[in-house]
Design a protein around this ligand. Structure first.
Ligand code: ZN
Ligand code: ZN
Length: 343
């Protein structure tokens, strides 16, 4: 199966946390956290229109300035999401610049930012032409866990404890559309951008008798018209959707553990911080971070397929292999035996 999205950490494990998630067929990307974004090209960043910030410690949010700088003067709506106090911190950033010449831009960036707490959800709109003054506040229902819902994917969140509220995030594809290549060939069709529209139609659950046209350059003759349902029956195999979760900067408390399991149970790939080694678990607890051992345990109890650890404390620069080893040893151990959870 060709994955629909291919998440990758922006930085090595001692660098700032950020997960870049490009979609293979839509030319779009999602960002979880925005620390140092230097390794991402401008082209990569311009694909991003939804950014989820776990919390506004600098290592998770300082890269926002680069995104803002890049998107200024573009016809774009940038959607941001963050925990309690997020709008205050975002407005602090937006208010730190002068915007008197923005009328010169042909295109005007719009930022739509949502703050989620246990009690409410507040969305404010910031337009470049207004000097990014907050407008149009919408109060929403309390966090229902779903932050973003599109026909193909959803992003859900859990409010976790890092001495301040910190979002755990999960991205789930509703189902996965596999194109059967030999069936395409049998119909005389060649893969091309038309498959993107075809998949969109399926995700949008258009009626099976909807007429779908494949352009001439992909049919080896003239354009061909199909009924959507019949074409899908011939060339599509539906499988379970791809699921990933991203957990960072959280204490190993019973409440956090329960919420992480609810969010990340059964995901294919878990990205989780492993800031400290087990030998320093008291420091980890004081700072509301996880140890590698705890990260491996959480991956095992969530039943994930694949584990990637990141956000290592700089104190282990010469011992990064110990962190990987500890996390993966715990992951393998607790997969078989969860009777003795970490200290
Ligand atoms: Zn951090
Ligand atoms: Zn933090």
């Amino acid at each position: 199966m060709r994955p629909s999205f291919q998440p990758r950490l922006v930085n090595p494990p001692f660098g700032d946390p950020s997960l870049y998630i490009p979609f293979s067929y839509r030319g779009k990307a999602i960002l979880f956290d925005a620390g140092d974004l230097a390794p991402l090209s401008s082209r990569d960043l311009l694909k991003v229109d939804h950014i989820f910030i776990t919390h506004t410690h600098m290592d998770h949010f300082s890269g926002f300035d680069r995104i803002l700088r890049l998107c200024l003067g573009r016809n774009k709506i940038l959607h941001l999401y963050g925990p309690d106090n997020f709008l205050y911190n975002l407005e602090g950033k937006l208010n730190s610049y002068q915007w008197n010449l923005v009328d010169n831009f042909t295109y005007q960036l719009v930022i739509k930012a949502t703050e989620v707490t246990g009690n409410q959800r507040i969305t404010r709109i910031y337009r470049c032409r207004d000097g990014f003054a907050a407008k149009g506040e919408e109060m929403g229902a309390p966090l229902s866990a779903i932050l973003l819902e599109t026909p193909s994917v959803s992003v859900t969140a859990a409010i976790l404890d890092h001495q301040i509220p910190c979002l755990g995030l999960a991205l789930k594809e509703h189902f996965h559309i596999n194109i059967i290549k030999p069936a395409l060939t049998e119909l005389g069709l060649v893969p091309g951008p038309w498959l993107k529209s075809f998949k969109e139609y399926l995700f949008l659950e258009r009626a099976p008798d909807t007429v779908f046209e494949v352009p001439a350059q992909y049919t080896q003759s003239s354009s061909k018209r199909f009924s959507l349902g019949k074409l899908a029956d011939r060339i599509v195999q539906i499988t379970a959707g791809q699921k990933i979760a991203y957990i960072t900067d959280v204490g190993f408390t019973s409440e956090n553990i329960a919420r992480i399991i609810t969010l990340a149970e059964g995901v294919d790939h878990l990205f989780i911080e492993a800031a400290f080694l087990n030998e320093d678990r008291e420091i980890a607890a004081e700072k509301y971070h996880l140890t590698a051992h705890q990260a491996g345990y959480l991956a095992a109890v969530c039943g994930v397929e694949r584990l990637t650890v990141f956000h290592f404390s700089p104190r282990y620069t010469d011992r990064y292999d110990s962190i990987y080893k500890e996390a993966h040893t715990a992951f393998l151990h607790y997969r078989h035996d969860q009777t003795d959870p970490p200290p």
